[in-house]
Design a protein around this ligand. Structure first.
Ligand code: SF4
Length: 363
């Protein structure tokens, strides 16, 4: 994915070399490395201006709104940073199909039409059959549904695609093998290559929206962002018929026993966001539920195309808040209507619907 040559460029200290990369019309991985290097720290304002220009040119002032719907917080994994890890004593549940319907009715009443179904690694409780039914129920209350679930084989992604799912979000968490093995020491998520290839399997199954990402904070950020950029550019090339997006969550509010190894400050997150926008002008960029309303407002014009609104990260959290445990703390507790008002006040257009099945004859 990367090379000693790119690692060398990532250590560049020269602002002019970074500026040269910023103004190259077609960016190469070498330019991405220079833009992420310490030499680029001094030209962050110039990078931000270019990111703003490209974002407005490709996406205008639109920002898509979606809601995650957590299906289960039962998990066989013990990922060090996660509030659902199997060894934590928390209230656990997997939603029944009736409970899913109740959640969907509540979310629909909030105005959201784009749903992301989320589950931990719990193959016994959340299998393909369960997910197919959940997808079908979702489409009775929303116009589009994507998945954020454990990696699946192509045949299962195909079944979910047939049921009506159109997208898959799958964050690698970290592209650093050593850091990956350390935090995923127990459970099926320990298989780095199986996870890395999952978006390709979803592309093969016909998912029209593929979202990659890393959980920033697990490893050194410059190399992590370089690898995410290269992976995303590869996905764009290979799955050119699908819309490719990235998510940029950073670790915050982890379980007490986990110290974040490489904490990311606001300026660093802005650096990554703007460089990735400049390197990948056509990808969607989602800003995490973990970010505050103030931070989101500050980075809106710099490349963000999508954000969640009114999110709950516990199963059943929309219809019955505070019954089960959530995966991580949310820093923006505004309702979807308040998020939309905030966007309008800043001159942006909230988009409540990502896709409509009437665009095509079959889903
Ligand atoms: S990150 Fe996912 S697989 Fe790991 S413990 Fe949390 S829910 Fe389970």
């Amino acid at each position: 994915m990367d090379s000693p040559h790119l690692h060398g460029l990532l250590e560049n200290q020269n602002a002019d070399l970074a500026r040269g990369a910023l103004h190259r019309p077609i960016k190469r991985p070498e330019d991405l490395a220079l833009l992420l290097s310490p030499g680029a720290d001094a030209i962050l304002e110039e990078i931000a201006q270019e990111a703003k220009r490209l974002s407005l040119e490709r996406f205008g002032y639109t920002v898509g709104l979606y809601a995650p719907l957590y299906l289960s917080n039962i998990c066989v994994g013990k990922c060090s940073y996660c509030g659902f890890r199997a060894d934590l004593k928390i209230v656990r549940r997997t939603l029944t199909q009736e409970e899913i319907t109740r959640e969907l009715q509540t979310v629909r009443d909030l105005g959201i039409q784009d749903i992301l179904l989320v589950s931990g690694e719990t193959p016994r409780n959340v299998d393909t059959n369960y997910l197919e039914k959940a997808i079908q129920s979702t489409l009775e209350h929303a116009s589009s549904v994507s998945l954020e679930i454990a990696p699946q084989p192509v045949k299962d992604y195909r079944a979910m695609r047939r049921a009506g799912a159109t997208g898959l979000t799958l964050y690698q968490e970290t592209y650093d093998r050593e850091a990956y093995n350390k935090v995923h020491a127990f459970g099926p998520k320990g298989d780095f290559m199986n996870r890395l290839a999952a978006l390709d399997r979803a592309g093969e199954a016909g998912m029209r929206k593929l979202t990659a990402g890393a959980l920033f904070g697990l490893s050194a950020w410059r190399l992590e962002a370089l690898r995410l950029g290269i992976h995303t550019a590869y996905l764009q090339k290979r799955w050119w018929e699908s819309q490719i997006s990235i998510g940029l969550p950073r670790l915050k509010g982890t379980p007490d026993m986990f110290d974040i190894p490489n904490r990311i400050d606001d300026r660093t997150l802005v650096h990554m966001l703007t460089v990735l926008r400049v390197f990948l002008p056509e990808v969607g960029i989602s800003i995490s539920t973990r970010e505050t309303a103030e931070f989101k407002a500050n980075v809106l014009g710099l490349g963000v195309t999508q954000m969640s609104a009114g999110s709950k990260t516990e199963p059943g959290g929309y219809a019955e808040p505070n019954v089960s445990a959530d995966q991580f703390a949310i820093s923006d507790d505004r309702s979807p209507a308040e998020v939309a008002e905030g966007l309008l006040a800043l001159g942006f257009d909230p988009v409540w619907k990502d896709w409509d099945r009437s665009f095509v004859s079959t889903v």
